[in-house]
Write a protein that binds this ligand. Structure first.
Ligand SMILES: Nc1ncnc2c1ncn2[C@@H]1O[C@H](COP(=O)(O)OP(=O)(O)OP(=O)(O)O)[C@@H](O)[C@H]1O
Ligand SMILES: [Mg+2]
Length: 509
């Protein structure tokens, strides 16, 4: 029996092919440098970008820089025991996090591991933390509203499902409160929320989770936290991990709201680890790809086409400014890649106008198409009116003799500012927002003293609840204004019986 040489060589070739595959998966490198949360290693020639690597002490890392001689690695976990000369192994897997229904109601870290002490999360589904954003053909334009429950936002800068709306302002101007209240308002709205806390104190996050629990919002919310004491890589990957958790629902036809609180701290951590990895620093010492870091993240928010199930992911990134400077590097970058911004002013905040939204500098570029009809009718010109009121107010500070028209404008403006105020954790359903804004724009509030506007509003809502629930329901169901004669009649009936605080005091004394 003769054996053909070709047969032998083909057999050997076959064997070798299999052998090489095994070898690739077992590729092991050596740590050459170890720093704060980062490492470099040689011998990992075939490592992929974002590949999960394992150090000999069991810790994981992610390949970030792929260079000719070595690989720059961000370490996800304990790096105290890693030494130069240690081995680091390829896993052949791209960095992933657990996803799925089991994550809802839990507080997790950037790796998707629970930190709430409620035991293991039982899910076998995972998603890569970096995922290509849906393309043009996979998207649909934003058309359904996302109600924040905040009058000043739903009326002035409406947000649609699938939109990216930036919340920007100095420290302590109420940025987080807006995000949390928006999550509270998603109760029974068929929405899943992901709150990503980046670099926030553990005590702060704890308080936020308590708030969410108190209002029943943890039933549909995932909280992901990367605290300030964690290594920089955990803060850097937090928003991507959160996005992966949200995407799981979006690609299954559901609606998701994701909050990144905040991307300034994420950018700082990225700068830190980029400098440690010796990437060339650019403007404000941020690495050259800081813009891409945020744009590829925010592009993942989308309204998907019907063919893909019609799910959506709405993103509310938060940016902290210094002294209201929105022209700094990171703020301008993020402003340019979002569909609008809600700009919070500390002056307004300290003057008691809360939420401290600057109507002139805030916009929503796509949400108008998604706004409910009734709201559009009552709030149509509110934003411009408010901006011109602010101008008029500044101007008339110097003069005393005002003509009647200017006086009326100022009167209305002051009442508008008052109506748009709203305390924390008190989101309002859209039908009630419509009622009070209708009353405002149709002059029913003009004779009411400023200090009584808040009470007028609350009592008006009570009145509608008990006397005109059908009108409220009609707005809710149709999204349009009911018969305005009926509406006028009800508001008049209420206003007729309303007592100003002076009247009340007089009656008492
Ligand atoms: N509409 C509001 N009415 C009354 N108080 C408010 C309102 N919004 C926020 N606050 C209060 O202002 C404080 C700061 O709010 P918040 O934490 O939301 O601001 P922030 O901009 O996220 O702050 P930080 O810079 O610390 O992240 C909180 O005590 C909050 O309760
Ligand atoms: Mg905050």
């Amino acid at each position: 029996m003769s054996i053909k040489t070709e047969e032998i060589s083909s057999l050997i070739k076959k064997q070798l092919e299999g052998y090489q595959d095994d070898l690739a998966a077992e590729e092991v490198g050596t740590v050459t440098y170890i720093g704060d949360g980062i490492a470099r290693a040689t011998g990992l020639e075939n490592a992929m970008a974002n590949e999960l690597l394992q150090f000999s002490n069991g810790s994981y890392g992610m390949a970030l820089n792929l260079e000719t001689n070595d690989v720059g690695i961000i370490i996800l976990g304990d790096f105290d025991e890693i030494r130069e000369g240690d081995q680091v192994k390829r896993t052949g897997r791209i960095m992933e996090v657990p996803v799925g229904d089991a994550m809802i109601g839990r507080v997790v870290n950037s790796l998707g591991q629970p930190v709430d002490g409620l035991g293991a999360i039982k899910t076998d589904k995972t998603r890569p933390i970096e995922f290509k954003a849906p393309g043009v053909m996979q998207r649909k334009s934003v058309s359904e509203p996302l109600q924040t429950g905040l009058k000043a936002i739903d009326a002035l800068v409406p947000i649609g499902r699938g939109q990216r709306e930036l919340i920007i302002g100095d420290r302590k101007t109420g940025k987080t409160s807006i995000a949390i209240d928006t999550i509270l308002n998603q109760k029974d709205q068929n929405m899943i929320c992901v709150y990503v806390a980046i670099g926030q104190k553990d005590s702060t996050v704890r308080a936020q989770v308590e708030t969410l629990k108190k209002y029943g919002a943890m039933d549909y919310t995932i909280v992901l936290t990367a605290g300030p004491s964690e290594p920089a890589p955990m803060l850097y990957i937090a928003p991507y991990a959160g996005a992966a958790m949200g995407e799981e629902f979006m690609y299954n036809g559901k609606h998701v709201l994701i909050v990144y609180d905040d991307l300034s701290k994420q950018a700082t951590s990225y700068r830190e680890l980029s400098l440690l990895l010796r990437r060339p620093p650019g403007r404000e010492a941020y690495p050259g790809d800081i813009f891409y870091t945020h744009s590829r993240l925010l592009e993942r928010a989308a309204k998907l086409s019907d063919k893909l199930g019609g799910g959506s992911m709405t993103a509310l990134p938060v940016i902290e400014t210094q002294a209201g400077d929105i022209s700094a590097y990171i703020p301008t970058n993020v402003i340019s890649i979002t569909d609008g911004q809600i700009f919070l002013q500390s002056d307004l905040f300290y003057a008691g106008t809360r939420p401290a939204i600057d109507a002139g500098a805030s916009v929503s570029r796509v949400g108008g198409d998604a706004q409910v009809k009734a709201m559009k009718k009552v709030a149509g010109t509110l934003r411009l009116d408010l901006a011109s009121f602010r101008e008029l107010e500044a101007f008339t500070q110097f003069g005393s003799d005002l003509d009647a028209a200017t006086q009326a404008k100022l009167n209305r403006g002051r009442r508008t500012v008052e109506v748009l105020k709203q305390p924390v954790h008190k989101p309002l359903p859209v039908e009630k927002q419509v009622i009070i804004l209708y009353a405002l724009t149709h002059g029913f509030l003009d004779p009411i003293p400023i200090e009584d506007i808040g009470r007028f509003q609350d009592e008006l809502f009570d009145f509608f609840d008990s006397n005109a629930a059908d009108l409220l329901k009609q707005i809710k169901d149709t999204g349009d204004l009911p018969d305005t004669d009926k509406l006028d009649a009800q508001i008049k009936a209420f206003a007729g019986g309303f007592q100003t605080s002076k009247q009340l005091a007089a009656a008492k004394g």
